[in-house]
Design a protein around this ligand. Sequence first.
Ligand SMILES: Cc1cc2nc3c(=O)[nH]c(=O)nc-3n(C[C@H](O)[C@H](O)[C@H](O)COP(=O)(O)O)c2cc1C
Length: 226
Amino acid sequence: MTWIDLGDPLPKCQPDLYEPVEWDLGEIRPLPAAMEVLDPTFGEILNSRMSQRRFGRVDKYQLGRFLWHACRTRGVGASELGFDLEHRASPSAGAIHPIHVGMRWPGDDRWWLYRPRTHELAEIRRASDELSGLYEHSQEVLRADDAIRILFLAEPGKTLGKYHDGCSLIWRDAGSLLAVMAFTATALGLNFCPLGITGEPWASNLGDQGKLVGVGLALIGSPPGA
Ligand SMILES: Cc1cc2nc3c(=O)[nH]c(=O)nc-3n(C[C@H](O)[C@H](O)[C@H](O)COP(=O)(O)O)c2cc1C
């Protein structure tokens, strides 16, 4: 067995100041807010969540509800790290939230960045070229023409500014987010499936600053025929 030891994270006595990635963004698409209380009880969600591998298309209202509940920023706090700390539905080591959520709609080869503070999508310029190989790769893993592809894009420098040996925290943050997304999709009657591929070697080309790395993908859609 080869086990890659990622070390044991320890907060630094004096955190490093980190300069977050600068995104080159184009069109902005605001998403509808979702103030509703979700219908199924949490027990029902825990009992019914399953990975689904067939997908119909979702509209922007369904996607907006999903992202609102699973990913939006509910509160911010100041820090000495060079960026704010945040509260979201998913737990995150140090409240740092180093995982960005990218996505690609069916029938549109652009990729979009979800902005959790403003609840909107922003087009990531040049991503359609940089991630075209990733799209093909994900289709080979699980063919799903009508699903939205979700890319977990980590910015490890955020977490590593605060922790020595913090790489495992990034993977655990990605797992937390994946679980929150899976439960949220179930609550909303949407189909969801994680993908084991990381998004590499394509994802780390994004932004051209060496600050991003792919840490997973997932597919989301409506139940086909719904
Ligand atoms: C990290 C992770 C990676 C996964 N990768 C894939 C995948 O590449 N393809 C796939 O069809 N399912 C994938 N799955 C889904 C699992 O196969 C699924 O969770 C498992 O079969 C249990 O089924 P359930 O989710 O319906 O309970 C993945 C799940 C996790 C947590």
